[in-house]
Every structure is written in C-alpha cells, then in structure tokens.
Ligand binder design. Structure first.
Ligand SMILES: CC(C)(COP(=O)(O)OP(=O)(O)OC[C@H]1O[C@@H](n2cnc3c(N)ncnc32)[C@H](O)[C@@H]1OP(=O)(O)O)[C@@H](O)C(=O)NCCC(=O)NCCS
Length: 164
C-alpha cells in the first residue's frame, strides 16, 4: 500500500486506537480496552498511518523471558485485506527479534490471518498459566472460542522487510 507508515504509537494516537478497538469490541470480535489501559500500555503499541491518518494498531506484550503476545490488533475495515495487518505483525516480529524474544503468540478468532503470517496453531492449554491473567477480565471467560497461534523465531525464517 502506498504512503503506509508503520511506527511506534504516541499518546495523541490513543483516541484513534480506542475507537478502532471499540469498533470491533462492539461486534464481539475483540476485547474492549478502556482508555486508561491504552495510556498505560501505549509504549507496547505500533500503528499504521496512511496519509496522516491512523488506520491500524496493535501491541506486543512481553509475558516472560521467552514469550510475547500480540494483542489488540485491529485494521480499519476500509483498509482490510491490503497487507496492513501483516505489516504490523511483521513490525512486532522484528521488534521481538531485537529484544531476543523468540516466541510470539496470539489468541484470536482470525486463525487464517495468523497462519498466513507464518504462525502455527497450538492447543491453548500449551501456553503457560501466566497468559490467562488477561483472560480472567474478559466477559467470555472461560467459554472462549479464540484459538492460539504461535511463531518460534528461532525455527522460522520470515521476510520481515515489510515491503508490500
Ligand atoms: C485480522 C486482521 C488484523 C487482518 O488484517 P488485514 O490487514 O486485513 O490482513 P492482511 O491484508 O495483512 O492479510 C494477510 C494475509 O492474510 C489473509 N487474511 C486476512 N484476514 C484473514 C482471515 N480473517 N482469514 C483468513 N485469511 C485472512 C489475507 O488474505 C492475506 O493473505 P495473502 O498473503 O494470501 O494475500 C483484520 O481483519 C482485523 O482487524 N480484524 C478484526 C480484529 C481482529 O480480529 N483482530 C485480531 C485480534 S488478535
């Protein structure tokens, strides 16, 4: 996509990130995130900007020395299926590599998308208990239909050049 810029989020992005997440949360496709949480975690967020407008966002949350999680990934519906989600995922994988964080997972309804991004499906219960901390606050817990996907950067070579 032309004029697409992937960058770290700023405090002034929080309102746009909040409305993007709320759009999907209202449709029960994502967990809602209050503004307070977004401000607290803004340094975990990367955003995609096109022509000065925020069109996608997501975060990389570190769980443990060898495990991170992609959370709150959302692409504006008007810009879906144009490679923006993959660019954001790749930006997180590049960051993970720099941090020496070798495994990154996501809990998602969009398994097909993550498989296209190089992830593999796993049984949720294989993830460590610490992962469930966020789930406990979810209204759907424990009857959740999200699936777990994971990528091991030590065993996978992915082109993270973000050129699409
Ligand atoms: C899921 C989501 C992030 C995908 O973003 P996107 O920008 O539309 O995805 P991309 O265009 O980068 O897609 C990359 C590849 O995955 C495929 N893909 C995208 N969404 C898919 C889906 N739901 N199922 C199967 N494949 C999908 C694309 O066709 C593309 O395949 P290709 O390599 O053959 O061209 C976006 O649709 C979204 O924000 N959904 C709602 C929120 C959500 O569920 N987020 C995930 C929370 S963890």
């Amino acid at each position: 996509m032309k004029n697409l810029k992937i960058r770290k989020a700023k405090l002034s992005d929080v309102e746009a990130i909040h409305s993007l997440i709320s759009y999907y949360a209202d449709k029960n496709l994502m967990l809602a995130r209050p503004r307070a949480l977004l401000y607290e975690t803004v340094r975990e967020f990367n955003v995609a900007e096109k022509d000065g407008r925020l069109i996608a966002a997501g975060s990389l949350h570190i769980i443990w020395e060898d495990l991170g999680e992609i959370r709150a990934l959302a692409v504006d519906p008007g810009h879906a299926r144009q490679g923006v989600g993959r660019r954001l995922v790749h930006s997180f994988l590049a960051e993970a590599g720099e941090l020496e964080l070798m495994k990154v997972f996501a809990l998602t309804y969009q398994e097909g998308f993550f498989l296209k991004c190089g992830f593999s499906s796993i049984v949720k219960e294989e993830l460590p208990q610490k992962v469930w901390k966020e789930c406990i606050n979810c209204p759907k817990f424990p009857k959740c239909e999200e699936v777990a996907v994971i990528i091991d950067l030590a065993n996978k070579s992915i082109d993270l050049s973000n050129k699409s």
